[in-house]
Design a protein around this ligand. Structure first.
Ligand code: KG4
Ligand code: ZN
Length: 334
């Protein structure tokens, strides 16, 4: 069973080949065009996907050592994401499916992030809890099987990735800011500054308040010392990162206690953060959790996770059709 996976939800054009559940190749074309704008420009993302999609799919097929006619099904990201960006992957997948006369498998991008845990290495046992943290989402998901999962908590406003990126912007760092905060934080004192973390009910999150308190804190300090940011950049990065991680961990611990589950995974772009990865390992020792963190290449957007999710969906008969449209606000509906 050979599946081509296509990912085009945001600013990474990606293709991968999965054979019988094993990833043979995983290719990503990062779109550097957004860097000078300090964020993803949707129209430019769509155009870059259009330029990238044919070469990236051809390279993936070639490097996997297969022929295009060996492909048994085409999995693509149906949503959530940017409409124009999703449309490129959706249209390409449909065209290829039609010409090869093979089935389509529409995949939820956030489902894909969670399934990245089944690409290689130690695999979580069902049921497990996955904290899925990306640029657009922050979710606590109860995962009961490869295709059965339920969001039990999520952010009511900004995603934690956005909080990282916006904080980075306030510190004068480039885009995407998350990795830059991570790098700076490794040389900073995380206890130097304290920001008020806002807590809301259940397993939900709110990250817009912390972003505002960070902004006002910096403004106040700059009134006394205009060079405050440049003189304290690493400590500021470490302190805001620490606060964001603690906010994430409080609700994750609560969910694990309440549901009495000790199989805990993290997924999505922010799970590449070294502070978060280390903190999770520390808490795992205190709480007797078995924790699962993917390799860096499978934390951020990639098509291997889409191809593998497509494989599981194929096995459970969850196929799509040429009538399926992109779903920018797609949620889980298994
Ligand atoms: O999952 P992802 O690649 O794309 C979306 O689905 O959104 O996540 C992107 C997010 C961005 O906000 C980026 O700043 C953040 O993940 N990110 C990080 C790190 N690497 C990526 N945040 C903190 N530390 C990192 N090392
Ligand atoms: Zn993502």
């Amino acid at each position: 069973m050979t599946i081509l996976g296509i990912e085009s939800s945001c600013d990474e054009s990606a293709a991968a080949i999965c054979k019988d559940g094993e990833i043979l190749n995983n290719k990503i074309a990062t779109q550097d065009v957004h860097i000078k704008y300090g964020g993803v420009v949707p129209e430019l993302a769509s155009r870059a996907h259009q330029q990238n999609i044919v070469p990236i799919v051809s390279q993936s097929i070639q490097e996997a050592g297969i022929d295009i006619n060996d492909i048994d099904a085409i999995a693509y990201t149906q949503g959530p994401g940017l409409l124009g960006a999703l449309l490129v992957g959706n249209s390409f997948a449909k065209g290829l499916a039609l010409s090869l006369n093979k089935p389509l498998i529409p995949v939820n991008h956030m489902h894909g992030h969670i399934m990245a845990h089944f690409i290689k290495g130690d695999k979580p046992q069902f049921p497990f809890i996955c904290l899925t943290v990306s640029g657009g989402h922050t979710q606590i998901v109860l995962v009961s099987s490869f295709t059965d999962m339920k969001i039990i908590g999520s952010t009511i406003d900004d995603a934690v990735g956005e909080a990282f990126d916006k904080s980075a912007k306030l510190l004068g760092l480039g885009y995407p800011g998350g990795p830059q905060i991570d790098k700076l934080a490794s040389n900073g004192n995380q206890s130097k500054y304290h920001f008020k973390a806002f807590e809301i009910g259940g397993y939900n999150y709110s990250f817009s308040g912390i972003k505002t308190s960070f902004l006002y804190f910096l403004k106040d300090q700059q009134k006394q010392n205009p060079n405050f940011i440049s003189e304290n950049k690493a400590d500021l990065a470490a302190s805001i990162q620490f606060t964001l991680i603690e906010m994430l961990m409080i609700k994750l611990k609560k969910a694990a206690h309440d549901l009495k589950i000790s199989e805990i995974a993290i997924a999505g772009g922010v799970s590449a953060n070294s502070g978060l990865r280390n903190r999770l390992k520390e808490i795992a020792k205190e709480e007797y959790w078995n924790t699962y963190i993917t390799d860096l290449e499978y934390c951020t957007d990639n098509a291997a996770m889409i191809a593998l999710t497509g494989y599981f969906q194929y096995k459970s008969g969850q196929l799509g059709s040429l009538r399926d449209q992109p779903k920018p606000r797609m949620s889980f509906n298994f």
